[in-house]
Ligand binder design. Structure first.
Ligand code: ZN
Length: 242
């Protein structure tokens, strides 16, 4: 079985289409949240994702904000502008789909959360200390998270609280060790200085994980962001990958 694992699409349909073209065949899609926010094509992304096979799709903080479940004040100035724009531009159909999204799902041996198992919508796992503190909040061998837009793994190495950070190579298969928190990176707004869209393929039977990156037409999306009146910074950062 091949599961396409994606996260943080952020209304970037060009990046999502590139990922789908590159991914080959897959039996299921696990999308770890933030369908919308920052990018110019929220409805296009929602309708593309909702039709995917075997879909599990989580609620991210930007999705919750677009639904009015989180106040805009919780975001920085430019992200607020993007939340307001997204609220004004989401169709009734998109909103209806997003309203039903769960915050956390357990699928077989994997716990899926947008941010962290401890605080699924909001917490960023950005360092070893936060990663270490999160291991007691899930019982499955693996936990997949998004939210930071960084493709990394945190592996509990000795069962005694030791945690290692791993940044595996792209396009190389890795057999996952039990008790690992894994982030596939971001489709629509990578922040690891590589502007290419990130995704992963996971085989739940063999526990094999592969990171992938694919280039897409960043210029076209930057133009659409500016034309929509969204903050220029959200266009600029796409070509820098931060
Ligand atoms: Zn995000």
């Amino acid at each position: 079985m091949r599961v396409l694992v994606i996260s943080d699409i952020h209304a970037n349909l060009a990046a999502l289409e590139a990922v789908l073209a590159e991914a080959g065949s897959y039996d299921a899609v696990w999308c770890l949240g933030d369908l919308v926010g920052y990018g110019p094509d929220p409805n296009g992304c929602v309708s593309r994702v909702r039709g995917m096979p075997g879909l599990i799709c989580l609620l991210g903080n930007h999705d919750a904000a677009a639904l009015g479940q989180i106040e805009v004040e919780a975001f920085n100035m430019e992200a607020r502008q993007s939340v307001r724009w997204t609220r004004a531009n989401l169709s009734a159909e998109s909103l209806a789909f997003m309203r039903d999204l769960p915050e956390q799902v357990v699928s077989g041996e994997v716990t899926l959360s947008h941010g962290s198992p401890r605080n699924p919508v909001w917490e960023y796992i950005l360092d070893l200390r936060v990663a270490r503190n999160n291991f007691e909040f899930f019982d499955t061998p693996y936990c997949f998270v998004g939210h930071t837009h960084l493709p990394v793994m945190y592996q509990s190495s000795d069962g005694l609280g030791g945690v290692r950070l791993l940044v595996p190579e792209t396009s190389k298969s890795v057999t996952l060790q039990p008790r690992t928190i894994i982030n596939p990176g971001s489709v629509g707004q990578p922040r690891d200085r590589d502007p290419r869209a990130a995704f992963a393929i996971f085989d739940p039977e063999l526990k094999i994980w592969e990171y992938h990156r694919v280039a897409y037409d960043v210029g076209r999306v930057q133009k659409a962001i500016l034309e929509a009146g969204l903050p220029a910074r959200h266009a600029l950062r796409l070509s820098e990958g931060w």
